[in-house]
Design a protein around this ligand. Structure first.
Ligand code: KIV
Length: 271
C-alpha cells in the first residue's frame, strides 16, 4: 500500500518516505478554518499557510505587508481544522531577515501561538544562519528558492527565474546548502522544468514545485487560484479545477434577485 494511505498523520518523516518510494506529494495553500477542513478531508498532504494570504485574503499587491500576528491568526485557524495534513507556515517578510535571533523568535511565536508544525523561509545562503538557529530549536524548516515573492522589489518582475546558467548554478548551490543545513523539504517556484528535475534528482529531501514542471517530488498551488476564484490570474503553470468566480457570481446574483423579488425566504424557510 502507498505510504500516504497508511498514515493517520503526515509528518516530515512520512514526506521523506514518500520521496524514497516515488510517491508524489500534494500541497495546497489554506488560510482559514473552513477551507482547511475541506483540504484535510480531501486528503491533502501539506497545507501551506502561505504569505500569499497577503494577496488572496487581504488584497495587497505583494506579500510584503502581511505581519507575523496576521500569519499567526491564519495559521491557528488552519491548525484547528486539521487532523491529518502537515501544516507549514510562512515566516512573513521582515520577521527573519534582520538576524538569526529575530528569525528564531518569529519561528517560536508561530509554533507556540498557532500550533503550526513547521515554518518556511524564502532564500538560500544569505539566511543559512537563521535556518540553522531555527532548526537547532527543533523546528522543522522548509526552504523556498527560485521566484521568491518577498524579494519582488529586488527582481522587479514575477517572470521565470534561473533561466541563465549563473543563476541556475547559484540555485543548485543554495539547494545543496539548504539540504545540508537540515531543511526537511524545498519549494522551487517558477524555474525551468529541467533545472527543477535536476535539483529533485540530486537532493534526498522532497522538492515541491510551483511552475517548476513535473520532474519534482510534489506540487503546490494557491487554492484560490486552482479553484478559479480569481479570474484575473492566469499564469501558464496554473491548472484551474473549477470556475468558482462564475459559480459564486451566479449564486450571489440569484440570492440578490430572490431577496429583491421577495421570493426568499418562502414558507418552509421561516419559523
Ligand atoms: O505563499 C505562498 O502561497 C507560497 C506558494 C506560492 C509556494 O509561498
Amino acid at each position: 500500500m502507498s505510504v500516504h494511505k497508511e498514515v493517520k498523520k503526515i509528518t516530515t518523516h512520512v514526506l521523506q518516505e514518500m520521496k524514497m518510494k516515488n510517491e508524489k506529494i500534494a500541497m495546497l495553500t489554506g488560510y482559514d478554518y473552513s477551507m482547511a477542513r475541506i483540504l484535510d478531508k480531501a486528503g491533502i498532504d501539506i497545507i501551506l499557510v502561505g504569505d500569499s494570504a497577503s494577496n488572496v485574503m487581504a488584497g495587497h499587491e505583494t506579500t510584503l505587508p502581511i505581519t507575523l500576528n496576521e500569519m499567526i491568526y491564519h495559521a491557528s485557524s488552519v491548525v484547528r481544522a486539521v487532523d491529518r495534513a502537515l501544516v507549514v507556515v510562512d515566516l512573513p517578510f521582515g520577521s527573519y531577515q534582520g538576524n538569526s535571533k529575530e528569525a528564531l523568535s518569529s519561528a517560536i511565536r508561530i509554533m507556540k501561538e498557532s500550533g503550526g508544525h513547521s515554518v518556511k523561509l524564502e532564500g538560500g545562503k544569505e539566511i543559512l544562519e537563521s535556518i540553522d538557529r531555527i532548526l537547532s530549536a527543533g523546528i522543522p524548516v522548509m526552504g523556498h528558492l527560485g521566484l521568491t515573492p518577498q524579494s519582488i522589489y529586488k527582481f522587479g518582475t514575477y517572470t521565470v527565474r534561473a533561466k541563465e546558467e549563473d543563476e541556475a548554478n547559484r540555485l543548485i548551490e543554495d539547494a545543496r546548502l539548504l539540504e545540508e543545513a537540515g531543511c526537511f523539504a524545498l519549494i522551487l517556484e517558477k524555474i525551468p522544468a529541467k533545472l527543477a528535475a535536476k535539483v529533485a534528482k540530486e537532493l534526498t529531501i522532497p522538492v515541491i514545485g510551483i511552475g517548476a514542471g513535473n520532474g519534482v517530488d510534489g506540487q503546490v498551488l494557491v487554492s484560490h487560484d486552482m479553484l478559479g476564484i480569481n479570474n484575473e490570474f492566469n499564469p501558464r503553470f496554473l491548472r484551474k479545477y473549477h470556475n468558482l468566480y462564475e459559480e459564486m457570481m451566479g449564486s450571489f446574483g440569484a440570492y440578490i434577485n430572490d431577496v429583491r423579488s421577495g421570493d426568499f425566504p418562502n414558507e418552509k424557510e421561516q419559523y
